[in-house]
Design a protein. Structure first.
Length: 339
């Protein structure tokens, strides 16, 4: 029986109370509650911050998470002059970075980005040092849809050709992902299940390695997020065969969705900022206001648009609910796929 699992349906419902509901003509709304554009510094906890704040990214520099984090952090530094230092602690599909961030002192000087569903899927796949109770949500920043990509030289120029080849050659198509149990692996496995084909999944330690392997011809295909491969799609180094979205992506209007081909798969990655559990609520509130103001700034919106970074806002409460919904959704998906 097909599982009509929309991995980000919850985000759409929650966002209606926030960014989408507040926006018009593609612009992010002004901060609410900051009368006359008051700065976020009005809510600054006494004596905080006294030193730079580390922002942990659990993946290598240059990947989609890293690039998005640096764009947001750069904008946040313009809000109050706070200093943020991005730390890349990649390894084990994101687990090493998640472990490092969640085990840090909850003093407000170590925060980090989590990736969904990866953050919830790893503890379901294997024992990890962290769990859902080890974080304090701050803000969701990005909703990044997935695409199926190949090299132009692959000979697989359309989704139909990809599916036909897969049916005639079970297990022959190697599909790169960003780590076993990570978001791209789960999405690719869901695609494989719903399409009724057999693929050979090849894990890499992050999207940079995934894209390098694909460009080098070491794998035949890959599943990645649109922001992670946009530059290579623009250059023609790789081509997209399908998007894992309910409607065609604006930037890939000639590329069909899997849904158009009766393959019931929606896949994407959410990326947001969290702090270690036990962090002072005043610090959480302060950081939320700083990052929200940064996210809504014209400079940030323009930079995000230039790198095809799909923004989506949720505040701490909504983001927390979304994380737990992702946990439940992913459990169902893993059971379906026997992962």
């Amino acid at each position: 029986m097909k599982l009509k699992l929309k991995l980000f349906l919850t985000s759409i419902l929650l966002v209606s109370l926030t960014l989408i509901a507040a926006c018009g003509d593609g612009e992010v709304a002004d901060n609410e509650g900051n009368e006359d554009g008051a700065e976020a510094s009005e809510g600054m906890p006494d004596g905080y911050p006294e030193r730079p704040i580390d922002v942990v990214v659990a993946y290598a520099a240059g990947g989609g998470t890293d690039v998005g984090a640096r764009v947001l952090v750069s904008a946040a530094e313009q809000v109050n002059g706070d200093n943020f230092v991005v730390q890349n602690r990649e390894g084990a599909g994101g687990e090493l970075g998640f472990n490092y961030m969640t085990s840090a002192d909850p003093d407000g000087y170590t925060i980090g980005f989590i990736n969904l569903p990866t953050f919830v899927s790893l503890p379901q796949e294997r024992p990890t040092e962290y769990g859902l109770d080890d974080i304090e949500p701050i803000m969701l920043h990005v909703y990044d849809p997935a695409v199926l990509v190949v090299k132009p030289e692959s000979g697989l120029d359309t989704l139909e050709e990809f599916l036909d080849y897969s049916e005639e050659n079970p297990g022959k198509i190697t599909v790169a992902n960003n780590g076993t149990g990570a978001s791209n692996h789960i999405i690719a496995a869901h695609f494989e299940h719903e399409a009724g084909i057999e693929l050979n999944h090849v894990p890499f330690d992050g999207t940079n390695e995934l894209v390098t392997a694909l460009r080098g011809g070491h794998v035949m295909a890959g599943v990645a997020k649109i922001s992670e491969v946009a530059a290579h799609l623009d250059s023609g180094e790789i081509i997209a065969l399908a998007s894992m979205t309910d409607e065609r992506l604006e930037e890939l209007e000639d590329v069909p969705t899997l849904m158009e081909n009766d393959i019931d798969v929606i896949g994407a990655s959410g990326r947001g900022i969290v702090a270690p559990a036990g962090t002072d609520p005043e610090i959480i509130d302060y950081l939320h206001e700083v990052f929200k103001e940064a996210m809504e700034s014209e400079e940030h919106i323009n930079q995000a648009d230039n790198i095809s970074l799909p923004l989506r806002y949720m505040g701490p409460e909504e983001f927390g609910e979304f994380i737990h919904q992702q946990d439940e959704d992913n459990k169902q998906l893993r059971e379906l796929l026997d992962l």
